[in-house]
Ligand binder design. Sequence first.
Ligand code: NAI
Length: 325
Amino acid sequence: MTAATTVTVTGAAGQIGYALLFRIASGAMLGDRPVRLRLLEIPQAVGAAEGTAMELADAAFPLLESVDVFDDPSAAFDGTEFALLVGARPRTAGMERGDLLAANAGIFGPQGRAINDRASDAVRVLVVGNPANTNALIAAAHAPDVPAERFTAMTRLDHNRALAQLGAKLGVGVGRLSRMTVWGNHSSTQVPDPAHVLLDGEPVGFDPAWVAGEFAPTVATRGAAIIDARGASSAASAASAAIDHLHDWVLGTRDGDWVSVALPSRGEYDVPEGLVSSFPATSAGGEWRVVDGLELSPAVRTALDASVAELAAERDAVRALGLLP
Ligand code: NAI
């Protein structure tokens, strides 16, 4: 019997947590290996997380070895191999951007330190909680003993939303599409770029006017459209994207395909080193590799520069607040 893998999920009592935990326990994320779940919540939500743990037990997943609930990050990340950082401080009415960044630095700094001190040497981290890219940068900065590339942020939902729009436009299932790219920040400045997309392995080519005027704005504002329709923000689709991200990281991307992942830049595509920006990437052997050599259209280049400027401004604001070590 394979040894169980330890997975920690923060924000476990939230709506994404509720959709995510059951899919991890079912084997959708890591395949056919037993898992030990460790749920981290703030003290006020521990009771709700305990309720979710009861339901996980009641689902009788054959692969689920144990579920434990914590309100202390050090305990929650002890020995963890996969950390899904979902819990974050949402923006509330009247909150300035600096206050939001500071509140989240107060969460992701200590969690990064706890990962550094207590997690498995093999730990891999996905930050979902917003502002996800900068929260990942903060967590990585507090974990000097963990290779920076183990900290990633989620743009897979944007990637999947883009595939859905392209599939609808072409009248095909998304499984026939490959090589979609989302560049930059997981924010309204994100750059969905279908220029390299293949249908059944063949180039498609989309009208630039449609991409700029319809496709990209639809993808970038899809979260707001879901809130309008559902009365609550995307949850199951966000959880599904988190599953896809880790599944592909561990088990590899499809042959000939790539996906969108926010990773600490090593200077690829002139994104300043260290900023956590979304790139097209493949995974093999548990390591992401940014796809190199893609040609960017002038419009994509300009939009990516603006998104990167936003990432740099977020990092500089956190640094100015003295929240980066
Ligand atoms: P939610 O409000 O339903 O749940 C968040 C949970 O996090 C709450 O239960 C809260 O108690 C918990 N939490 C807060 N601070 C915590 C801490 N320090 N430690 C542990 N838990 C903590 O929110 P939801 O809908 O589950 O979304 C979670 C986050 O994911 C939000 O920041 C949201 O903006 C973000 N998000 C990111 C997406 C992406 O594509 N990157 C997509 C959708 C949502």
